[in-house]
Design a protein. Structure first.
Length: 400
């Protein structure tokens, strides 16, 4: 049976939810599933904005047929053709052979690479082009590298709806609640939204900033992303998050302590540090075992907070592999502007600390505190005193 939602008087959400997929992009765990959003406009012409992942194709086609109610499909706008949205393009063309596809030159090129064949009836658009479908006129806005090179967003000038591609999306399936004002976003969604942004789009902060600049010049009333809730009020809340994330500014003053421990002694050092910070009044402290926490969560938390403590055991005369992986991900995602402290552990040749510092030096605007703790197997009186110095140094750096 169809499962659709009305977005405006003539615009329908016709997407689907996947709660079975374990790993988004076969890498990021999605315990709450994910939605693949697609929107169908019924104007003098009928216009579908993007398709969906193949996993929800059956629901998607039933939805389209129901909303079209016997009408033909005139246009398919492809804002973003990554397979989680482009996989159903071919089936759309088979079912609606008269449909005219609207997309960018680069999108057609990559669609061909993926074997998403587009019929000859395709229109190539670029930044600033407009199209009128009857009552609604839309304009196309290039969004290169947000987060693929072909991406664009489409703005409906008539009613202020922005079809935002992957921008403003989130992990999490829609439990019947399509709109941001039907959920408690700040309680139930923001962590997944942050994890989605930071891991999927996080590398491309400057490109997101460019898109936000363009967005500030148009009167957006509704944001229709390709994943997660549709935004129809309080847009400033989410725009502000995007602004912070894409400038790599932390949302909050606070400390994430990420530790890699083999026998519990580096873990003990992390716990001691957390306890002393809290005792001295720094309450916004979270501790994660890097071996047991998915790196996408660590990345998300590192984007959220201002301070990061990396505590790693030495392994094969280097950084413990899971900690190394975390650092590599931080670098790949362009994380910057954080204050970082380092704790190392090693039973005969502790070296993790200097190697962590070397990697941090390769990132932008990372402030590495001079004070650090070098544990020999387990904390003792000397290293406990060093820990006190580190605690004071972290607190001092939070005063800025
Ligand atoms: Fe949701 Fe970039 O695809």
């Amino acid at each position: 049976m169809q499962c659709v939602r009305k977005v405006t008087e003539d615009l329908y959400w016709v997407g689907g939810n996947d709660r079975r997929l374990e790993l988004f992009e076969n890498i990021h765990p999605i315990s709450r599933g994910v939605s693949y959003n697609s929107y169908l406009l019924l104007d003098e012409k009928t216009v579908l904005f993007d398709t969906v992942d193949w996993s929800v194709g059956r629901q998607f086609f039933e939805n389209i047929e129901y909303v079209l109610n016997g009408r033909s499909l005139d246009y398919l706008v492809i804002n973003h053709m990554e397979p989680d949205h482009g996989a159903a393009i071919e089936e759309i063309l088979l079912r609606y052979p008269e449909v005219v596809v609207i997309s960018t030159e680069k999108a057609y090129m990559i669609m061909n690479q993926f074997n998403f064949p587009v019929n000859d009836n395709a229109i190539t658009v670029k930044e600033g082009d407009t199209m009128c479908f009857g009552k609604h006129t839309v304009t196309f806005v290039a969004a290169p590298m947000v987060h693929w090179p072909e991406a664009m967003v489409t703005f409906d000038i008539t009613n202020g709806v922005l079809f935002a591609a992957d921008a403003f999306g989130s992990f999490g399936s829609l439990d019947g609640k399509l709109f941001n004002d039907e959920v408690n976003f700040d309680r139930d969604w923001i962590d997944d939204a942050r994890r989605y942004y930071t891991n999927i789009v996080g590398k491309y902060g400057p490109q997101v900033q460019r898109l936000l600049k363009k967005a500030s010049t148009i009167d957006i009333k509704i944001i229709c992303p390709l994943h997660g809730p549709v935004w129809r009020n309080d847009l400033g809340y989410f725009l502000d998050k995007y602004d912070k994330w894409s400038r790599y500014e932390p949302e909050e003053k606070g400390v994430i302590i990420a530790y890699a421990s083999m026998y519990g002694n580096t873990e003990n050092a992390a716990n001691v540090l957390a306890t002393r910070l809290v005792e001295k009044g720094i309450k916004n402290v979270v501790v994660y075992d890097v071996s047991k926490t998915h790196v996408s969560q660590l990345i998300s938390e590192t984007f959220r907070l201002s301070h990061l403590v990396l505590a790693s055991v030495t392994y094969n005369l280097g950084i413990f592999p899971v900690m190394h992986n975390f650092l590599m991900d931080m670098k790949a995602l362009n994380l910057q502007k954080r204050t970082v402290a380092v704790i190392e552990n090693g039973s005969w040749a502790p070296q993790a600390g200097s190697k962590i510092t070397d990697l941090l030096d390769e990132m932008k605007e990372m402030t590495v505190l001079n004070e650090h703790v070098s544990v020999l197997s387990s904390l003792n009186e000397t290293t406990s005193d060093e820990m006190d110095v580190l605690v004071d140094s972290i607190i001092e750096s939070m005063r800025d």
